[in-house]
Design a binder for this molecule. Structure first.
Ligand SMILES: [Zn+2]
Length: 299
């Protein structure tokens, strides 16, 4: 399985902090930046391999639906804005509630639910506009924001809604074994571009960036990671066919014709438009539950 060397998984496409109404100036490219160490990345890779079901013949493990226990995850939302406008990253309570609903709708058949505990609001241009890809100073600012505002444990989901200045829609770190890496707890959060909440203009305005990113938070890779190199794709999951990165919503697309299955364009972990994203697979759901139980729930 080929992993991007980048832990932070992302959707890239923006121009200067605001989504455009038309086709984005920059297409989503890929997960491209990382604040995880090489050791943490290796550990993340090992966690995926631990629960992978891409072996052939199948190990009859992941590709079989499991009994779904309901997992209720506490959700803390932090809106960090530079000024009280949409462009400044301010998100209304109504839009936040719609985002929580969109998240739960995305996960509705998975057994995971997300219960909003608290909304924090912070007016800070320094924090709202910090670009962790830019340099170490900016990264430190992001870390300080996360550490200051994050609530709960490693099992609780903290979403930071802010006008991320880079061409990035969102980013969550994959889980690692925080028993051995307690400092990773503060970084086990999600940065989400405030212009992706429901009601935002453009192809990524239905709040599904958050669904995608929370998939990463529960250790899902992109189905297109690794392209056509692996028979079943590079995400370690058998029922997400190998494919190349997808945009838009091209029905019937099959970018790896020599591999089983057509492209998983409707999968939340692809890069298709929000309107096109409707599903997680059984294999993905099982992966998320197993990873949750071992690597997040106890901590
Ligand atoms: Zn991603």
């Amino acid at each position: 399985m080929k992993f991007s060397i980048l832990n932070f998984t992302i959707l890239t496409l923006l121009t200067s902090g605001a989504l455009t109404q038309q086709t984005p100036k920059f297409k989503i490219t890929r997960c491209r930046h990382s604040d995880m160490s090489a050791e943490e990345l290796a550990e993340s890779l090992a966690i995926t391999q631990e629960f992978s079901d891409e072996a052939d013949p199948p190990p009859n493990r992941l590709n079989r639906p499991i009994a779904r226990e309901t997992v209720n995850i506490k959700l803390f939302i932090h809106n960090v804005y530079s000024n009280k406008t949409k462009a400044g990253g301010y998100v209304s309570t109504d839009a936040i509630n719609k985002q929580v609903k969109a998240l739960n709708t995305g996960f509705k058949n998975t057994g995971f639910t997300f219960a909003l505990q608290r909304i924090s609001r912070t007016h800070s241009a320094e924090w709202a506009l910090a670009d962790m890809d830019k340099n170490a100073v900016e990264k430190k600012i992001v870390y300080k924001m996360w550490k200051t505002l994050r609530k709960g444990t490693y099992a609780d989901l903290n979403l930071f809604l802010r006008p991320i200045p880079a061409d990035v829609l969102g980013a969550c770190n994959y889980p690692v074994n925080v028993k051995n890496r307690p400092t990773a707890v503060d970084r086990g959060v999600c940065d989400i571009h405030s212009a992706t909440v429901p009601g935002s203009p453009g192809p990524y305005g239905q709040g599904k960036t958050t669904v995608h990113e929370v998939g990463h938070w529960l250790n899902l890779q992109h189905p297109f990671d690794g392209g056509c190199a692996k028979k079943y794709g590079g995400d370690g999951i058998r029922d997400t066919p190998a494919m190349k990165v997808s945009y838009g919503c091209k029905i019937g697309r099959d970018t790896c014709p020599d591999n089983p299955g057509k492209d998983a364009i409707h999968n939340y972990m692809s890069y298709s438009d929000d309107a096109c994203l409707t599903e997680f697979t059984e294999g993905q759901i099982t992966m998320m539950h197993k990873v949750w139980k071992k690597y997040r729930q106890p901590y």
